[in-house]
Design a protein around this ligand. Structure first.
Ligand SMILES: [Zn+2]
Length: 306
């Protein structure tokens, strides 16, 4: 590590109340940033307006506050940052890295050579230019055939060849919204985030984001992905199936202890009923990244802690 101050962050989507999977990401990112003497920022990923639930952002902020997860500085709202995303797109356009795409999802599905982990791999149809009469729908970035490599703090060395895994990917969507991959990189770079700790559902997005950092000329953060919650059958627990809203007023300490335990930490019995602030103080000093379980099993979670 250099002498540069660590800047971590937590970036929930206000599509519902904070659920336990998000709490794990919040606790993990908070403790690892604070352990390094760093700042911990909060960003609301409310870019996808139709998915935003009114009141959910306030609900998340209330829960974080109750749990003692206090962030530094102003909250960043993605919905207010279109100018920054547009500026990044223009920069990439000036570098000749983006092109208009006229393909519908159906056309891509029909022509994709094989479905990738992230859906159909874009076959490059519009890269040489739009055929006569075709209307631009989305903007895509040209990806190289090279491998993108990084070492994750929990999952270890990861490699991906973007052209094989996803193909030229979307930066500006047909519905007029900027793509998540672009927004997250532009926001983290603008905030000076250099430590990204988040759920492993974003592990396969990371090579695309590292590539975007390079294209935009920004330094790449270090990444730690936390295993996802699963049920006993290994199925991911998400907001969609089996939403777990938090009731922080009921027993906030139990929630923090449970999150730390799922992250492989051993909370001493003598403090496990302490107020959340004290538990987090202990955790910020003692969290051990080596103990965070990796592997495909995820974190088995079938009993709610309160
Ligand atoms: Zn196309």
């Amino acid at each position: 590590m250099s002498a540069e101050q660590v800047v971590g962050r937590f970036a929930p989507s206000p599509t519902g109340p904070l659920h336990f999977g998000s709490l794990i990401a919040a606790v993990g990112s908070f403790c690892l940033a604070r352990q390094a003497g760093g700042r911990w920022l909060l960003r609301m990923e409310d870019l996808d307006a139709p998915r935003v639930v009114p009141g959910a952002a306030d609900d998340i902020l209330f829960t974080l506050d109750k749990l003692g997860l206090h962030w530094d500085g102003e909250i960043i709202w993605q919905s207010r940052r279109n100018d920054a995303y547009q500026a990044a797109v223009e920069m990439l356009r000036d570098k000749g890295l983006i092109f208009d795409c006229a393909c519908s999802r159906k056309e891509i599905l029909a022509s994709a050579p094989h479905p990738g982990e992230e859906g159909p791999v874009y076959p490059g149809t519009c890269r040489p230019g739009l055929a006569a009469g075709r209307k631009p729908r989305a903007l895509r970035i040209i990806v190289p055939d090279k491998q993108v490599c990084f070492t994750d703090g929990v999952f270890g060395p990861i490699q991906q060849v973007l052209s094989k895994a996803v193909g030229d990917f979307v930066l500006h969507r047909a519905d007029g919204m900027f793509a998540y991959q672009l927004a997250v990189v532009v926001d983290d770079a603008a905030s000076g985030v250099n430590q990204v700790v988040r759920g492993a559902d974003l592990l396969s997005s990371t090579p695309r984001q590292i590539f975007l950092y390079a294209c935009l000329g920004s330094p790449v953060p270090e990444y730690t992905h936390l295993p996802l919650l699963t049920d006993r059958q290994g199925k991911k627990i998400s907001k969609r199936h089996g939403a777990i809203g938090l009731e922080p007023a009921v027993n906030p300490s139990a929630l923090i202890v449970r999150a730390l335990e799922l992250l492989g930490q051993v909370v001493p019995e003598k403090i496990n009923e302490s107020p959340p602030i004290e538990l987090l103080e202990w955790a910020c000093q003692n969290i051990d990244r080596q103990r965070i379980p990796a592997g495909d099993q995820g974190l088995v979670f079938d009993d709610f802690p309160v």
